[in-house]
Design a protein around this ligand. Structure first.
Ligand code: VG1
Ligand code: CO
Length: 545
């Protein structure tokens, strides 16, 4: 095999954020060797790669297949033994995580910018996942970044493009390339966790109906195979099922704003029992009932409280974890069950150690991410199947399941307000200003609240002792409420300020308020403390979830 050593010059902006390297597609297209530099930096930091297996795939967005051809040639030149590649270049993030674990790969490269829009004007991204199937922790991404600052050459095998459309095996030099069905291993795993027989018979009887919106992204083929073909959900149960390079011009973000087609169905006449959507790369989920939205924080708590009803979790949970800004609804379930509950920084990589050490079974984030120890990523379709299994097992509506949960544990009113694409300096200034005030907060009265704790969240990993500081300002209030401020690590333009608002309501007669109304006092308080509206001259947040 002929290998070309190509010279290159480093870039200084390849520091991976919360979810890999995410940039405007243009950055990849307009800067020579931008992709090559990053990939070679990763490979250079993996000394044990010779003869090892690497999993490759992406969410099908614009530039996915082209980038894959380059990465294949680089992986061959760098001495990997086997490349496992999803047919048509597709692999959902959770499916890639599963393949890495199942086939004991050294790692995997997933091409995605998740829920960000795609296309020449949209975003592209590269994530590296390690041996346990999870996102590379900072110990890795820091070395990748350091390497990217000094890189001078990359390796490319002289070989033709690989036909990604056909299943099969190719051999180039010492590397075997296998184009595999992206769905079948994942579908097998799901069948092992959930009661497929029972779900099938109830779906076939028509007593329960589901609508799943794949948003023209990667979960289409997964949902068609599992929900329609294996579980017998009626044809048309999966909408927007064909993956497209531009996600049909949409924004593959499963929330009430962007999953329009689904929301119309679920709030219209003849709504199915369960509505769900996933994002670009298939790791997020949104759950809806008839005219009912389940917040991701509540979803995690409900799944934890009902896990014993599902075959894969029949023996109970070892523990649970949530990211710091996620509502504390799941904490109450953990307390009632007498199991530990861990609080981690934002981003799935922090759950990996806890899962590997067997400390937790379920974990989740407020940003529509839920998962378990079955893989090392959040998993959209898994969460949907979990809910479907619950609805089938309890024969209750989604709304009833959630309302019962609130009656038992109390309700955590919760919302996130995003100010997107702020001037980067303003974003930093707002955070600095809050940080500077921290020592003055404790004991201070703010309206009807008193501050009980205020800090910049610093995480000490209970497994390896590593310390991650600066993970967001949290202000805990009495009676039980909380404000959290942090800057996004996945935005590709300026700074995005996220404000997380939470208030606990134990009184069941007050569980039917509109969340924005229930949180109005906290919303005003957040503005009083950070002044984002005044400083940015904006009327309000760009996105409210
Ligand atoms: C966002 C979410 C975070 C999530 C991350 C990756 O990060 O808030 O919870 O882990 O996206 O999700 P940030 O830093 O922008 O708040 V995904 O679906 O892009 O893999
Ligand atoms: Co995603």
């Amino acid at each position: 095999m002929d290998i070309e050593i190509c010279t290159t010059t480093p870039y200084t902006d390849q520091k991976p954020g919360t979810s890999g390297l995410r940039k405007k597609t243009k950055v990849f297209l307009d800067n020579p060797n931008y992709l090559e530099n990053f990939i070679q930096s990763i490979f250079d930091c993996l000394p044990e790669k010779q003869g090892k297996t690497l999993v490759l795939g992406g969410d099908g967005r614009f530039y996915n297949r082209q980038a894959l051809q380059t990465i294949i040639k680089m992986a061959v030149a760098n001495g990997f033994g086997t490349l496992l590649i999803g047919q048509n270049g597709l692999l959902s993030t959770p499916a890639a995580s599963h393949l890495i674990r199942k086939y004991k790969a050294l790692g995997g490269i997933i091409l995605s910018a998740s829920h960000n829009p795609a296309g020449p004007e949209g975003d592209f991204g590269v994530k590296y996942n390690i041996q346990n199937g999870g996102p590379a922790p900072e110990s890795y991404t820091n070395t990748f970044y350091q390497r990217s600052l000094t890189i001078t050459e990359y390796k490319l095998a002289k070989m033709p493009d690989v036909d990604l459309k056909r299943l099969g095996e190719h051999r180039f030099g010492h590397t075997t390339i296998r184009i595999i069905d992206p769905v079948s291993d994942y579908a097998q795993l799901m069948a092992h966790l959930f009661d497929f027989d029972r779900i099938r018979s109830v779906l076939r009887s028509g007593a329960v109906r589901i609508c799943f919106d794949a948003m023209h992204a990667v979960t289409g083929p997964y949902a068609i195979r599992i929900l329609e073909e294996e579980l017998g959900a009626g044809p048309g149960s999966v909408i927007n099922a064909a993956p497209q390079e531009d996600f049909g011009g949409g924004h593959p973000d499963p929330n009430l704003t962007y999953a329009k087609a689904l929301v119309e169905k679920m709030y219209g006449p003849h709504a199915p029992t369960l509505g769900a959507a996933s994002d670009g790369d298939g790791d997020r989920n949104m759950i809806l009932g008839q005219r009912f939205f389940v917040t991701p924080s509540d979803s995690l708590a409900v799944l934890a409280a009902n896990a014993h009803r599902v075959p894969g979790y029949r023996d109970g949970l070892r523990g649970v974890a949530r990211s710091m800004p996620t509502s504390r609804a799941v904490d109450r379930v953990a307390e009632a069950f007498g199991i530990p509950c861990y609080e981690t920084p934002t981003g799935w990589k922090f759950f990996g150690n806890l899962l590997d050490a067997g400390k937790i079974t379920l974990c989740g984030e407020e940003s529509f991410g839920t998962g378990s120890d079955h893989v090392r990523e959040k998993d959209g379709l898994w969460a949907v199947l979990f809910w479907l299994n619950l609805v089938v097992a309890t024969r209750q509506s989604v709304a009833t399941i959630v309302r019962d949960h609130w009656r038992r544990f109390g309700r955590h009113y919760y919302s996130r307000h995003d100010y997107e694409a702020l001037d980067a300096a303003l974003g930093r200034e707002i955070m600095e200003h809050l940080r500077g005030q921290l020592p003055t907060f404790p004991g201070q009265s703010l309206g009807r609240y008193t501050v009980s704790l205020a800090d910049d969240f610093c995480y000490t990993d209970p497994v390896d002792g590593s310390i991650t500081p600066g993970q967001g300002i949290r202000i805990l209030l009495e009676p039980e409420a909380r404000l959290v401020f942090r800057l996004s690590g996945t935005g590709t333009q300026g700074a995005t300020l996220r404000i997380y608002l939470e208030r606990y309501e134990p009184d069941p007669t007050r569980h039917d308020l509109d969340p924005q109304e229930a949180l109005s006092e906290l919303i005003a308080l957040a503005e009083f403390l950070c002044g984002v509206k005044a400083k940015s001259a904006r009327p309000g947040p760009d996105v409210i979830t």
